[in-house]
Design a binder for this molecule. Sequence first.
Ligand code: KG4
Ligand code: ZN
Length: 341
Amino acid sequence: MQKNERVVQNITLLAIETSCDDTSASVIKNGEILSNVVSSQSVHIKYGGVVPELASRAHQKNIIPVVNHALQISKTQLKNIDAIAYTIGPGLLGSLLVGSSFAKGLAISLNKPLISVNHLEAHVLAPLIENRNLQFPYLCLLVSGGHTQIILVNSITDFEIIGKTIDDAAGEAFDKTAKIIGLPYPGGPLIDKYSQNGNHDAFKFAIGKVPGLDLSFSGFKTSVLYFIQKQSKKDATFVQNNLSDICSSIRKTIITYLMTKLSLAVKQTGINRVSIAGGVAANSLLRNEIIKKTETENWQVFIPKLEFCTDNAAMVAFAAYAKMKIEKFSPLDEAPFASFK
Ligand code: KG4
Ligand code: ZN
């Protein structure tokens, strides 16, 4: 137990996550996740990316059914909720406003405390949901659509960013290269899927040569773009005929790069407790490669299940529950905006 940690018993908490294009609600009771409902917005697919205005409108439409569903699954009535948590950011302002206003309204009407949670901190603490024995400090590779960071997690409130992308995020690298080869948004899961039967050595792409633990993906994206343009000029059916090999080569390049940086972080810090978080942590090759390290390098690895990797309110509920133990409550006038410390 942390210093000053309060024993929180018989606490039921409702968490709301609306930072981007997933509307999610979760109920946690005494540290156990009872429900985790996620409604993903399909309205963005035809635009090839998230349209902020449409995202906030969809959150408005979805939030009440999603919260009701989460309460129903957890067999909890609103009157039995002891605290309300919400994602304060980072994220799209219009989306964050829907979740934060809803959470604040509920907290006022139920006269219950409010806890704001940083979205990135929630991702980084997600490996603890199923691994309560995970000891601090641990390393977390946070790879999502908006962020790519290597974080030294010293405690539930102490995060040190020891490496980060200097341009695009790993999720963006997947999504943008997927777009180049004609796949719809979000392309990350599709590249993973089409890679399964491909030859990962079929094509070579350049990837950022940044010193130390920082990363860069913009040159990689350009390398894929020029290669595809060149090949398609010679043969209009090139992408169609080589889809699995292209996807597999893209996936291999990105994941090998992430693993190289993560290995360097282990070497530099001497910490071998390693976790992954964020949407790209759902990638099957990344999951396999990191598991291999338990045998080859004696790493202890902690991989959240898929539903806790992509955006979800369970991770917000868990982080809020941890914050409640150290009495980190939030004022009602807190603005829905946050960056990573
Ligand atoms: O954490 P997340 O759900 O939302 C953000 O906070 O950004 O991450 C979304 C990102 C997208 O870029 C998506 O393409 C990527 O995670 N992603 C994947 C996979 N599943 C989701 N990328 C590669 N392989 C996957 N299986
Ligand atoms: Zn996220």
